[in-house]
Write a protein that binds this ligand. Structure first.
Ligand code: ATP
Ligand code: MG
Length: 562
C-alpha cells in the first residue's frame, strides 16, 4: 500500500478527550475516528488489524467444529419478550422508533429461536454456532475508546447439546480455543474462574487483561495464576487472636474522636486492637458489622453472608438504632444481629464505640460480651497479602474483560420452549452454552500491552503491515526506482508493505510516523547507503538498526519476520 494514496490521518497532538493509552494511540495513528460517544469509525489501517484478529478467531472456532453464521442485528421485539430480556436489559437495549424492533445486544434469543425451529432430535446435536458481528448496547458510560462502545464487534458462539456432558465438552473446547486465540494474538491474560467468580459454580470463566481502562478490580497471583474479582477474592491473613487475660469492659471519654485513626492516636493504641462498627440494613432489619481496625466492609461478601441485599444505614437510622452517630457505635448493647469479619474471631481486649457520642469502650471480649455473634469473611483483599493457594504475594489491579464463556444450561430453551426428542422419544430442553469475545477489545488490550513513548509496537501477527518501506528523498529517481522495485518484490512474496512514497514529507516526519504506526520492520532507502548498494533496516521493537545489501533484503526481511 502506498502511503500517498492510503488514508491514514495521523495526529501529532494527544487528543484531549482520550486518557487511556490504547485510545490515544488508536486516534493518533489514524486507526479510528469518533463519530459520537461510544461510536467509532474504523479507518483502513485499523480495520486491517480487526480483520487479522477476526481471522484468528475464525480459524480457532472452525478448529473446534464451529459453524459461522450471520444473524440479523435488527430483531423483532416479540422474540426478546419471550425471555423477559427487554425488561432485563432496560435502557441498555436500543429500540427502533415506531417499530417493534430492537437492535441486538447479544444473540441468545435469535439462536434459541433458530434452534427451536430446526433442532428436533438428539441426533441434530451437538452444534456450535458462531458469528462475528456488530452488537448494540446503550452503555451508560461509553469510554476508553473502543473498549466500551455503544456499537461493537463481538464473536459470539453458542453450543447446543442434548446432554450435560455434551455441554461440558463444548465448554472445554471453547476454553481451549480462547486460550489459543489470545496466545496467538500475543496477549498477556489471565482467567477468572467460576469457583471464585460471582456466578456461583454454574460454570463461567472470564478472560481478563490488566488495564488502566478496566472497570473490574481483581486480585491476582503471578506465581500460581490465582485470580478473582475483589468482590469475592480471599487471601491468607491471620486473625488478630486472643490475649491471655480478658480485661473488664471500661468506658472511656473520647471527645471529638470519630475515626479509628483518631482513636489510635488519642489512646496510643494499635489499629488491630480496634473493632470498627458499621450498621447495615438487610431485608429491612439492622445488622451491626464489625471489622478489624480500618478495614472496609466488602458489601458483596456481606450480602452473600446475610443471604440478601444490603445497604448502609442512613445517619438518622443510626441515631435511632444506637443512640449515637457514626464513629461512636459499637457492639455492646446493640439491639440486632451482629456479624464480624473472620479476623476478629473470638478476639478480646478490643476498643470500640460505646453507642454514646464521645465515648468508647475498652476491654471488649467478643466471646464473653457479644452473644450470638457470627463470623464471616467480609474484608477486601489488599495488595501484598499472601495468596490463598500458594502463599506468594498478591497483586490488586484494574482489569478488563476480553472474553467470557458461560454454561447457560436450559435458561433460554426453557423460557423459549426449545425442545428436542431424546433417545426415548421424550421431549427435553436443549442444553446451551454461550461464549463471547470483544474483537475491538482484543485490539485495544493488545495496544495497551505493546507500546512505547514513540507509539505502537506490533508483532507480526496483528500488525496492519509487516514492513514499513521509507523512501527518504522521493525527488530522486534512484531512490524511487529502488523503492518501487523492493515494494513490488516484497508484495510478490506475500510480505505486506506500507510504502511511504510521499514526495513532500521530510525524513524526520516520515521516521516519526513510522515509529508511531509501529510496523515491525522499517526498511529505509536513502542516498548515502544506496551508493554502497545497501538499505538500512530498523527493528521497531528494539530500535536495532543494520545495513543490508539490496540483493539480500527480501531473504533478510523474511528471516526477521519469522
Ligand atoms: P462488561 O462487564 O465489560 O460490560 P459484559 O459482561 O457485558 O462486559 P458480555 O455480555 O459477556 O460482556 O459480552 C462478551 C464480550 O463482549 C465481553 O467479554 C467484551 O469483550 C465484549 N464487550 C461487552 N461490552 C462491550 C462494549 N460495550 N464495548 C466493546 N466490547 C464489549
Ligand atoms: Mg456489560
Amino acid at each position: 500500500m502506498r502511503l500517498s494514496k492510503f488514508f491514514v490521518p495521523t495526529l501529532k497532538e494527544i487528543p484531549n478527550d482520550a486518557v487511556v493509552k490504547s485510545h490515544i494511540l488508536m486516534l493518533r495513528s489514524g486507526m479510528i475516528k469518533m463519530i459520537s460517544a461510544g461510536i467509532y469509525a474504523f479507518l483502513p489501517l485499523g480495520y486491517r488489524v480487526i480483520r487479522k484478529i477476526s481471522e484468528i478467531i475464525r480459524e480457532e472456532m472452525n478448529a473446534i467444529g464451529g459453524q459461522e453464521f450471520h444473524l440479523p442485528a435488527l430483531n423483532p421485539k416479540e422474540i426478546w419478550e419471550e425471555t423477559n430480556r427487554v425488561e432485563a436489559f432496560g435502557d441498555t437495549l436500543f429500540h427502533v422508533k415506531n417499530r417493534d424492533y430492537v437492535l441486538a445486544p447479544t444473540h441468545e434469543e435469535i439462536i434459541t429461536y433458530l434452534a427451536r425451529n430446526v433442532v428436533k432430535s438428539y441426533k441434530d446435536m451437538p452444534q456450535i454456532w458462531y458469528q462475528i458481528q456488530t452488537k448494540f448496547r446503550n452503555e451508560p458510560r461509553p469510554r476508553s475508546g473502543v473498549i466500551r462502545g455503544r456499537q461493537f464487534l463481538m464473536k459470539d458462539a453458542y453450543s447446543l447439546d442434548s446432554s450435560w456432558e455434551g455441554l461440558d465438552t463444548a465448554y472445554d473446547l471453547h476454553d481451549k480455543a480462547y486460550r489459543k486465540i489470545f496466545d496467538r494474538c500475543g496477549l498477556k491474560y489471565f482467567v477468572v474462574g467460576a469457583s471464585s467468580g460471582a456466578m456461583g459454580g454454574t460454570g463461567s470463566e472470564e478472560f481478563m487483561v490488566r488495564s488502566e481502562a478496566g472497570e473490574d478490580t481483581v486480585a491476582y497471583c503471578e506465581h500460581c495464576g490465582y485470580a478473582a474479582n475483589v468482590e469475592v477474592a480471599v487471601s491468607n491473613v491471620s486473625e488478630t487472636g486472643r490475649e491471655q487475660k480478658s480485661e473488664d469492659v471500661k468506658e472511656i471519654s473520647t471527645p471529638g474522636v470519630k475515626s479509628i485513626d483518631e482513636l489510635c492516636s488519642f489512646l496510643k493504641i494499635k489499629e488491630d486492637q480496634c473493632a470498627k462498627s458499621r450498621v447495615y440494613i438487610s431485608e429491612g432489619k439492622p445488622v451491626l458489622v464489625l471489622m478489624l481496625g480500618n478495614e472496609e466492609v466488602n458489601e458483596t461478601k456481606l450480602g452473600k453472608a446475610l443471604g440478601g441485599n444490603v445497604r448502609p444505614a442512613h445517619p438518622e437510622e443510626l441515631k435511632e438504632l444506637t443512640g449515637a452517630d457514626a464513629g461512636s457505635i459499637g457492639p455492646i448493647g446493640f439491639n440486632g444481629k451482629i456479624i464480624a469479619d473472620n479476623r476478629l474471631t473470638d478476639a478480646n481486649n478490643l476498643y470500640s464505640g460505646a453507642n454514646k457520642n464521645d465515648f468508647h469502650l475498652a476491654g471488649i471480649d467478643l466471646k464473653r460480651d457479644v452473644k450470638n455473634i457470627t463470623y464471616s469473611d467480609l474484608r477486601n483483599v489488599q495488595p501484598g497479602e499472601k495468596c490463598i493457594k500458594c502463599g506468594n504475594s498478591l497483586e490488586v489491579f484494574s482489569a478488563i474483560e476480553l472474553g467470557h464463556i458461560f454454561k447457560l444450561g436450559t435458561k433460554y430453551s426453557d423460557s423459549m420452549n426449545a425442545k428436542f426428542l431424546d433417545e426415548n422419544g421424550k421431549e427435553q430442553p436443549i442444553i446451551m452454552g454461550s461464549y463471547g469475545i470483544g474483537v475491538e477489545r482484543v485490539m485495544a488490550c493488545y495496544i495497551e500491552q505493546h507500546n512505547d513513548e514513540s507509539g505502537l509496537v506490533w508483532d507480526k501477527t496483528l500488525a496492519p503491515f509487516h514492513v514499513h518501506l521509507i523512501g527518504l528523498n522521493m525527488k530522486k529517481d534512484e531512490i524511487v526506482q529502488t523503492c518501487d522495485k523492493l515494494y513490488i518484490e516484497m508484495n510478490k512474496k506475500g510480505i505486506e508493505v506500507l510504502y511511504d512514497d510521499r514526495v513532500d514529507a521530510q525524513a524526520g516526519f516520515k521516521f516519526k510516523d513510522a515509529d508511531l504506526l509501529g510496523i515491525p520492520l522499517q526498511v529505509i532507502v536513502g542516498d548515502k547507503k544506496l551508493k554502497e548498494n545497501k538499505v538500512e533496516v530498523k527493528i521497531r521493537k528494539t530500535g536495532e538498526r543494520f545495513d543490508v545489501r539490496i540483493g539480500e533484503l527480501i531473504t533478510r526481511v523474511e528471516d526477521e519476520l519469522k
